[in-house]
Design a protein around this ligand. Structure first.
Ligand code: FES
Ligand code: FES
Length: 174
């Protein structure tokens, strides 16, 4: 039986070890922000963080993920609290800057791609707190197995969201 650490909670799973993480999150654990887009690591809709790095959960079997820290958008508030050494309970009541920025900039259109975009931007901002347009574009297009795709073409708003998130983070850390 595989046990995973998802958003800070240890979860024992009934799914077989070769099941892709995306199906386990959505069908067994009721964690619904990672979306099924292509199922082939080609769109980024299913992205989650594993030990702080983006992976495509649609093609990643759970067998290799024991002992690793899995974060979805549901877990971003706690992750943000932890990053600032705040008690997780307090942090749970505060949206992660990327979430807040996505609301402020009204980034999503249909929304299907946006959780993956937010995961990728979170990964970027944790290593580069003040990225340029070019660095954001590179992160979203060439740093993973494929570009993050948005069929609604909300790319300009995603750039604005990433910059706003960087500003919120910088302000919070002063
Ligand atoms: S659903 Fe996983 S990359 Fe498209
Ligand atoms: S907001 Fe619709 S696919 Fe990106």
């Amino acid at each position: 039986m595989v046990t995973l650490n998802v958003n800070g909670s240890k979860r024992q799973l009934a799914s077989s070890p070769d099941t892709p993480l995306l199906y386990v999150l959505r069908n067994e654990l009721d964690v619904m922000t990672p979306k099924f887009g292509c199922g082939l690591a080609q769109c980024g809709a299913c992205s989650v963080l594993v030990d702080g790095k983006e992976i495509r959960s649609c093609v990643t079997p759970i067998s290799g993920l024991e002992g690793k820290e899995i974060t979805t958008v549901e877990g971003l508030p706690s992750r943000w609290a932890k990053n600032r050494d705040l008690p997780v309970k307090e942090g749970d009541q505060t949206l992660h800057p990327v979430q807040q920025a996505w609301i402020d900039e009204q980034v999503p259109q249909c929304g299907i791609c946006q959780f993956g975009m937010m995961i990728k931007v979170t990964e970027l901002l944790e290593s580069n707190p003040s990225p340029t347009d070019a660095e954001i574009k590179t992160a979203l297009t060439t740093s993973g197995p494929s570009p993050h795709l948005c069929r609604c073409a909300s790319y300009a708003a995603i750039l604005d969201g990433a910059h706003r998130a960087a500003k919120i983070m910088a302000k919070a850390k002063k």
